[in-house]
Design a binder for this molecule. Structure first.
Ligand code: 13P
Length: 265
């Protein structure tokens, strides 16, 4: 892990190519009340100030209607992210949110291509690539998710799947447009089945090598899938795992802060 970024929130183009990032994806959970309590606990905790003061990027991606609750707390110790954005700037797309709207709401990041979006909203690799481009154009840092299903892993297609997913995104963006990659094996999401360090590390290496060959630069790669306070330290100790994209364990400040602490920063 590298942590060269200062907590003064440099623009995307100023970011170093690898950063330690712990991002929480709340999915469709939370109320205004629980969100306020979470934020108050977070900003009171010295571990957060310590980690962010030493270059760890801490990102919370709540449901869109809760962004405004977190906004007054964010910017110093943690950043806000959306969970998805539309590929268009605006238009008749009922229920969707554009990348520019997320910027307006205080976001610096947005998750794109999460397997739940790919699965339940039928998002193709191409749509994910368009969303990545839209997010970058709006000034957001996309957190692009890739990952194989259990069937694909069992058929030994993991590398093919994740490289195909990454390749389509790389074709849509220019080499100087930096994004964050998240390797989230679908079979490890919400199942309690965490990938072993060897399994996660192997895929991170494959992704990093491919990215380096295509873009003569490095990239921040997060692992996601049943990360919790107990397994985070071992995963984060791997030299190719730069951070974590955390679902369930990001809903409580106590477990999320334990993962931030597990960065060892
Ligand atoms: P869990 O940590 O709940 O497995 O979710 C992972 C995830 O999907 C984060 O985006």
């Amino acid at each position: 892990m590298t942590s060269q970024q200062q907590p003064s929130h440099p623009s995307v183009s100023q970011q170093s190519s690898r950063q330690t990032i712990i991002a929480g994806n709340w999915k469709m959970f939370g109320t205004a009340e629980s969100t306020r309590a979470f934020a108050e606990e977070m900003v009171r905790d010295p571990r957060l100030a310590h980690a962010s003061g030493n270059g760890v990027g801490v990102v919370i991606c709540p449901p869109t209607p809760l962004l405004h609750v977190l906004r007054p707390f964010c910017g110093t110790f943690f950043e806000l992210g959306g969970q998805d954005c539309h590929q268009n700037v605006n238009g008749a797309f009922t229920g969707d949110v554009s990348a520019g709207m997320l910027v307006d709401a205080g976001c610096r990041y947005v998750i794109v291509g999460h397997s739940e979006r790919r699965r339940y909203h039928h998002e193709t690799d191409d749509v994910v690539a368009q969303k990545t481009r839209a997010a970058l154009s709006a000034g957001l840092t996309p957190i692009v998710c890739v990952g194989e299903t259990l069937e694909e892993r069992q058929a030994e297609q993991t590398a093919d799947v994740v490289l195909r997913q990454l390749d389509v995104v790389l074709q849509a963006v220019s080499p100087d447009q930096q994004f964050v990659l998240a390797y989230e094996p679908v079979w490890a999401i919400g199942t309690g089945l965490v990938a072993t360090v060897e399994q996660a590390g192997e895929v991170h290496q494959i992704l990093r090598k491919f990215y380096r060959q295509r873009v003569s630069n490095d990239i921040t790669i997060l692992y996601g899938g049943s990360v919790n306070a107990t397994n985070a330290k071992e995963l984060l100790a791997h030299s190719d795992i730069d951070g974590a994209l955390v679902g369930g364990a990001s809903l409580e400040s106590r477990s999320f802060l334990a993962i931030v602490e597990a960065t060892g920063v």
